[in-house]
Design a protein around this ligand. Structure first.
Ligand SMILES: C=Cc1ccc(O)cc1
Length: 178
């Protein structure tokens, strides 16, 4: 994708893959002006995936976007996207329990919201683990808004490469059937 991002509409519907400087690889989709989907390919909670997370999404100035949300796990996230520079700055605020039991969160969260809510009550919140990192964008795609094919299956090894190599989506940005 080679467009220059100028407006909020330019950002909504965009699908990103990026790698944080600590090596964690994330895939994230601006599904619409209040919803995000994502999949985690590398790092402390690799294997986790989430659809339809409510989020606050704004444009700070032309081509620079801020996204923030709080999750059923108690994890808070604040992301700044600079797509024209190929960069993201993200801060993740993990409750202590996610650091101690990341495996509980490594699932398709939508089917286990009750498990996340029970764990956040049972285990410790503090001290939180704050992870502030820059990331480099390795893929951007114009998926259009409310496209449920973007994040539609569990992460697997090689999925980001399949996307980057053009083997994952057809011309209409639908998942190519395996
Ligand atoms: C915890 C979720 C999360 C999603 C995307 C991202 O870049 C950082 C955290």
């Amino acid at each position: 994708m080679s467009k220059t991002f100028k407006t909020l509409d330019d950002f909504l519907g965009t699908h990103f893959i990026y790698t944080y400087d600590n090596g964690w690889e994330y895939e994230w989709y601006a599904k619409n002006d209040h919803t995000v989907d994502y999949r985690i390919h590398g790092g402390m909670v690799a294997g986790r995936w989430v659809k339809d997370q409510a989020a606050h999404i704004v444009m700070l100035t032309a081509g620079i976007y801020k996204v923030a949300w709080t999750e059923p796990t108690g994890t808070d996230v604040a992301l700044d996207f600079l797509p024209n520079e190929g960069k993201v700055n993200g801060t993740i605020f993990f409750p202590k329990w996610v650091q101690e039991h990341p495996e509980i969160t490594v699932t398709f969260q939508n089917e286990h919201i009750d498990v996340m809510e029970a764990a956040r009550e049972k285990y410790a919140t503090y001290p939180k683990l704050v992870v502030p990192e820059f990331a480099t964008i390795t893929y951007m795609g114009d998926a259009g808004q409310d496209n449920d094919d973007v994040i539609s299956e569990a992460p697997y090894a090689g999925l980001p490469d399949d996307i980057r190599n053009g083997n994952y989506f057809d011309a209409d940005y639908h998942r190519i059937k395996k």
